[in-house]
Design a protein. Structure first.
Ligand code: ADP
Length: 591
């Protein structure tokens, strides 16, 4: 039961109680009045009768015997106590008092009804009788003969009985009235409050987020108007929320589609928004709305940059390298928004991933310094010897010959270097003109081994080929040739006389495996992953002595990758090395 129902029921009950009480007391009063008047009238008539009975007898103490006897008789006739009183107030006859005791009865002159009768009027009074101990109605009339008073008294407790009966009936009627009032008020309030309860339920569920909840339409009265208004309000809220959600989704979709990471924080440095890219950059898996930026990004530099941007009207930009293992480098631009206004609400930061750019920059720097270093030596040597040759007086014929040979050797070295650099830049720049086609690597290896066999064996090395069956790769013929030739050259260069070189070709599932194994000096494990870098040489002087440029394996790696293949090396110091090239096999249906 609601509070308002309780109030309504209490008010109605109180009203019923009030009405019953007021009307009950009025009814009781008028009943008592009417009964009393009836009693009085009947008593007066009976008193007159008694007066007639006593007419002729002087009310005198001397006549007490006769008067008392008359009083007793009159009592039977009048069905009331009869008292005969002299003009002085002495009782000379009383139906309720034995004759012998009459003399002891006190004077009745001060009794109100007696006083009135003595003054010649009919007097009446209701009071509790000391003699009989019950409420009595006394009525006194003056004696016709002018002396004495005839007084009659009747018990009026009957009237009280009648009034009590009436009161009892009123109480029963009141109780029924109250019960009916409670039931009616409960029903009425339930009916009246039902639409309000429905409205409240709908309003509660709308407030609780159920925007689909609607009130049933009800008429055009006030409640109907409120229902319509609530329904319209819910509809508008739903539309607004849908709009906002779709705008937010669009914004998030745009942000997530960006290559840059985006982070928006509020004025207190708590995260308002971020995109998927930033999650990826900083490996943020969870929902972080409202978390402090330092907790989310775990980078004091980012936190400091946002703080700086929040304190100025200008955009702040900085290069930040993460402290995590992947060490990514970002160019971060941060600006507070709305820019330039006094009411700052936050800061937005955009993270551009420049890791690759930074890496390429470093590679370029290294390359330029390595290339210049490599070029400087032959150029300096050539220049030195050329200057010496310009002054022929100082040189003997042998020296001149030796100087010319040195110049020749370094010129070849220079030309090798330039040729390798051009090759490398062509491969890196994807300037390869030929398209891949079916290449029988076994046949190609056999031809190349055949061509180099004599030269290699002259160096005191044994060359062996194991290419039993055709092995068709999807590759560029020239690139495979150059790859094998470089690997073979290296095997010769880094294997001492008496060693063995073995070239093998075999089809392996969806790949063609080309291997060049030697029993040469081998490569230490820490150098193995670096030998594919440009200009990297384990032993620079040995490389130079054999005409190496430090670019051969770098070219091989790029060629193999450009054909969709891969290259690996296995090597043990002093035991030899095996370079394995896997190339994609040519599908049988490709021509
Ligand atoms: P280079 O012109 O110096 O041979 P490469 O790029 O071909 O340049 O090779 C890089 C380095 O790798 C060489 O300097 C050498 O130290 C090492 N290397 C290459 N092939 C072999 C091999 N078969 N055995 C031992 N070391 C090798």
């Amino acid at each position: 039961m609601t509070r308002s129902q309780l109030v309504l029921m209490s008010v109605i009950t109180a009203l019923v109680v009030l009405v019953v009480a007021v009307s009950g007391s009025l009814a009781e009063h008028s009943l008592r009045e009417r009964e009393m008047a009836k009693f009085t009238r009947s008593l007066e008539r009976r008193a007159m009768l008694v007066r007639e009975l006593t007419s002729g007898l002087p009310f005198d103490v001397a006549q007490r015997d006769a008067l008392d006897a008359i009083a007793d008789r009159a009592q039977r006739a009048a069905a009331a106590r009869v008292t005969l009183i002299t003009s002085s107030g002495a009782v000379v006859g009383d139906s309720d008092v034995p004759l012998g005791k009459l003399s002891e009865v006190e004077s009745h002159a001060d009794r109100p009804e007696v006083r009135a009768a003595l003054e010649g009027r009919v007097g009446s009074s209701t009071r509790r009788s000391d003699t009989v101990g019950r409420p009595l109605l006394y009525l006194a009339i003056p004696d016709a003969l002018g002396v004495g008073v005839v007084r009659l008294a009747v018990d009026v407790s009957d009237i009280d009985g009648a009034v009590a009966e009436l009161r009892h009936s009123l109480i029963v009627a009141g109780a029924i009235g109250i019960a009916a009032a409670i039931a009616v008020s409960f029903g009425l309030s339930w009916l009246t409050l039902r639409p309000l309860r429905e409205m409240r339920r709908a309003a509660d569920s709308i407030a609780g987020g159920d925007l689909g909840s609607r009130l049933t339409a009800r008429g055009i009265d006030e409640l109907g108007g409120i229902s319509t208004a609530i329904n319209q309000m819910a509809e508008q809220i739903r539309e607004r929320i849908e709009e906002t959600t779709s705008e937010k989704d669009q914004l998030q979709a745009v942000l997530n589609g960006m290559v840059e990471g985006v982070l928006v924080v509020d004025i207190a440095g708590r995260v308002l928004l971020l995109n998927d890219r930033l999650r990826e950059f900083y490996q943020i898996p969870n929902e972080v709305f409202g978390c402090p930026v330092l907790e989310v990004v775990r980078d004091a530099e980012v936190d400091a940059l946002l703080g700086e941007a929040a304190a100025t009207d200008h955009a702040v930009s900085r290069k930040i390298t993460t402290i995590r293992a992947d060490r990514r480098t970002f160019r971060v631009h941060a600006v507070r928004f709305p820019a330039g206004s006094g009411s700052r609400t936050g800061t937005v930061a955009v993270f551009h991933d420049i890791t690759e750019v930074a890496r390429l920059e470093a590679v370029r720097r290294d390359f330029v310094s390595n290339a210049s270093h490599e070029l400087r030596t032959p150029v300096a040597v050539i220049r030195g010897y050329a200057e010496t040759l310009l002054d022929p007086a100082e040189l003997g014929a042998d020296d001149r010959q030796s100087a010319l040979e040195t110049i020749h050797r370094h010129a070849i070295r220079l030309s090798n270097l330039v040729a390798d650099l051009l090759d490398l830049s062509a491969i890196e720049g994807r300037e390869v003109d030929s398209e891949p086609s079916r290449v029988d690597v076994a046949e190609l290896a056999a031809r190349l081994v055949g061509d180099s066999k004599q030269r290699i064996e002259e160096q005191g090395l044994e060359l062996e080929l194991a290419a039993p069956a055709p092995a068709w790769a999807w590759a560029r013929r020239q690139a495979v040739e150059q790859t094998l030739s470089n690997l073979l050259d290296n095997a010769c260069s880094y294997t001492d006389a008496g060693g063995r070189i073995r070239v093998s070709v075999a089809a392996e599932g969806d790949a063609v495996m080309l291997q060049v194994a030697d029993s040469g000096i081998g490569i230490s494990p820490e150098d193995q992953h670096r030998i594919f870098e440009r200009f990297y040489r384990v032993d620079a002087s040995r490389s130079r002595a054999v005409g190496g440029t430090g670019l051969g394996l770098s070219i091989v790696k790029h060629l193999v990758h450009s054909m969709g293949g891969r290259i690996d090396v296995e090597s043990q110091l002093g035991r030899g090395s095996t370079f394995s090239v896997r190339l994609p096999a040519a599908p049988s249906d490709r021509g």
